[in-house]
Design a protein around this ligand. Structure first.
Ligand SMILES: C[S@@+](CC[C@H](N)C(=O)[O-])C[C@H]1O[C@@H](n2cnc3c(N)ncnc32)[C@H](O)[C@@H]1O
Length: 387
């Protein structure tokens, strides 16, 4: 199935006047430089320090000398850097020194839903190499950053342990931002009973460290949970859940498994699939969704799938659609996965209906925080059983 171009012919944004055109290119280039400022701010853990209270340039330099084990910190370079961080909206200055702005506070590693792991992930060798190799990915059709690995997760397995943890931490902190909305069914456009009422199980497929699952279990005392993950992440999930959610002990199981081969059936279940299918091409998605449909067929009537993705905007005339966050992610998927891509609602719906689902809430399109969209699907009773 071909994904429609998000910018159909004749609907491009209006062109710029010549004097604005160079400024536009300059702004894109500058955003790349500011991205490095963001990375350095996180790498140096300046938000962690400033979350404790304001500090002057010399105080921050002293803190770095000790905490970054860097006796030669250059105060004037640090202050120049902080001036750019101020212009970029990460800090403000008062008589007491530098303070975090609201945006700067999201970079504190202990903040709920911290953005720091995501920034650090984009700074890993693998991420940088992937974006740098975009031209060759286009020219050869192959994401050269994967260096012969069969896909992102195979490649991740070969990365330094610290980078693997950064990726998992990034996923987990991102889940923090949507978990309470999903767990409480707080969707802006869907009315009626929460999908978890009257269910017995929630099964999170490719659920990372289990944040989404755990928040759902906490909000619904009658539910039991299952997390399906690859070996390496499953071990991390067990540690994370035991440490961060000791109150849930005995209510969940972590299953080491390959979701393309088996998805465990559970009675009366809601299945969660969050940010998984954007890692794969349409053929692999079809295999996975059929596995899910088959498990849900055994789960009994009322089984539901919550599919959560960063959906490409459908209307290119929308102001935000010209450069939507899902466009950047789409390029990352192109450079870092085999066939992975962001999709618009039309393409997601096609994948689901082809695999034997119906979308009772297709019109609802509830938007989750962090630019995510939730699509709710059920088994189509009239479809032939998935093979
Ligand atoms: C992009 S992450 C999303 C994690 C989580 N669902 C979230 O939204 O934060 C995709 C997850 O799928 C897991 N995964 C990838 N391939 C898998 C497979 N074949 N079987 C089970 N899990 C897999 C990865 O380990 C990773 O944790």
């Amino acid at each position: 199935m071909k994904t429609p171009n998000p910018h159909p012919v004749g609907q491009s944004a209006p062109d710029r006047a010549p004097e604005d055109a160079c400024r536009h290119i300059q702004r894109i280039q500058d955003a790349a430089a500011l991205n490095m400022v963001l990375y350095a701010f996180c790498e140096l853990r300046l938000a962690d320090r400033l979350a404790q209270g304001p500090a002057t340039g010399p105080e921050l330099a002293d803190w770095l000398r000790i905490n970054a084990d860097a006796p030669d910190v250059d105060v004037s370079k640090l202050e120049r850097f902080l001036g750019v961080a101020e212009a970029g909206g990460l800090v403000t200055r008062s008589t007491q020194g530098y303070e975090l702005t609201t945006a700067g506070r999201t970079l504190d590693s202990s903040a709920h839903g911290s953005m720091r792991p995501g920034v650090m992930w984009r700074g890993t060798d693998l991420s940088r190499m992937a974006m740098a190799s975009l031209p060759s990915t286009i020219l050869t059709g192959k994401p050269s950053a994967l260096q012969g690995a069969s896909g992102l997760y195979d490649c991740l397995q070969r990365q330094p342990a610290a980078d693997q943890r950064t990726f998992d931490e990034f996923m987990s902190r991102f889940s923090d931002r949507i978990a309470s909305h999903v767990a409480t069914c707080s969707f802006r456009h869907i009315e009626g009973e929460c999908a978890f009422v009257g269910k017995q199980y929630v099964v999170d497929v490719g659920g990372g460290r289990g944040t989404l699952l755990a928040e759902t279990l906490r909000n619904h005392a009658h539910l039991r949970g299952v997390l399906v993950e690859l070996d390496r992440v499953a071990d991390e999930a067990r540690d994370h859940l035991a440490t961060a959610y000791p109150d849930l002990t005995g209510r969940y199981e972590v299953v080491n498994g390959d979701m393309f081969k088996e998805v465990p059936p559970r009675p009366q279940a809601v299945y969660l699939l969050s940010r998984v299918i954007h890692n794969y091409g349409n053929d692999q998605c079809a295999v996975l969704l059929k596995r899910l449909a088959s498990a849900m067929g055994e789960s009994g009537p009322g089984a539901e799938l919550f599919l959560m993705e960063h959906v490409l905007p459908e209307d290119p005339q929308m102001e935000d659609a010209r450069l939507h966050p899902s466009h950047a992610l789409d390029m990352i998927m192109m450079a870092l996965t085999v066939g992975g891509q962001e999709r618009d609602l039309f393409a997601l719906s096609r994948l689901l209906t082809d695999a034997g689902f119906i979308l009772p809430a297709a019109e609802a399109k509830p938007d989750l925080p962090a630019g995510m969209t939730l699509v709710i699907a059920r088994i189509n009773p009239d479809a032939s059983p998935p093979r």
